[in-house]
Structure formats: C-alpha cells, structure tokens
Design a protein around this ligand. Structure first.
Ligand SMILES: [Ca+2]
Ligand SMILES: [Ca+2]
Length: 112
C-alpha cells in the first residue's frame, strides 16, 4: 500500500512538472499559423506579406529578400516591401516608414 501511495505521488509530481513545462513553453499556434513574438497567432500567409499583423512587426522580420520590379514598383527603404510606383508621393504612408513620402516629393508628384 505504501508503495502504491508513493507511485501516486510520483505520478502527481510528473503531471505538475509536465504542466509547468507546457506553461513555460509558451504559445502554441496551429500548424497553419505563425507565432508572433508577442504571444499571438496569425494566419501563416500573413508572414512577410508587408503588413504588420502581429503589432510588434515580428511577422515582418527576417523575411526572404524581395526584388521589386524597378519599372512598376518602389522598394521601401527600411521595410521589406514593394509598392506600386503610383503610391509614391500621394500623401499616404504606404511603406510604414514614410520612405514613399519623402520631404522632397514636391514637384515630382505624378498621378497615373
Ligand atoms: Ca504580415
Ligand atoms: Ca504613399
């Protein structure tokens, strides 16, 4: 009987240890989700899509390098994002870092 009680305590200790393990392991996202740095899950296809979906930009960090079509696209300076050239200098911060709205837009504004 004493031996049985001892193993029960061992099982309880193991369960508590497992619980602690899962708590410290942190966020568990579904297989088709991306785990943000701030403990939220977003759809996997939002990773590196140019939008800050995690709110901490962790879904837009360490992204594979993109190449912008130099004729039709504009490469944002600090954000890994390509935007249509017509979005440059139209008073909307499309890049997120304002590089598409430089102070010297002035006379170079083209609408097409
Ligand atoms: Ca994103
Ligand atoms: Ca813009």
């Amino acid at each position: 009987m004493a031996r049985f009680r001892g193993s029960l305590i061992e099982i309880l200790l193991c369960l508590l240890a497992a619980l602690g393990y899962f708590q410290t392991k942190g966020l568990q996202c579904a297989l088709d989700q991306f785990a943000c740095g701030n403990q939220t899950c977003i759809p996997e296809n939002w990773w590196c899509d140019g939008d800050n979906d995690c709110d901490d930009h962790s879904d837009e960090l360490n992204c594979p390098e993109k190449t912008c079509d130099p004729v039709t696209k504009f490469q944002c300076k600090t954000v890994d994002r390509c935007i249509p050239r017509r979005w440059v200098c139209e008073y909307d911060n499309d890049c997120g870092d304002n590089s598409d709205e430089p102070p010297d837009c002035g006379m170079e504004v083209t609408f097409n």
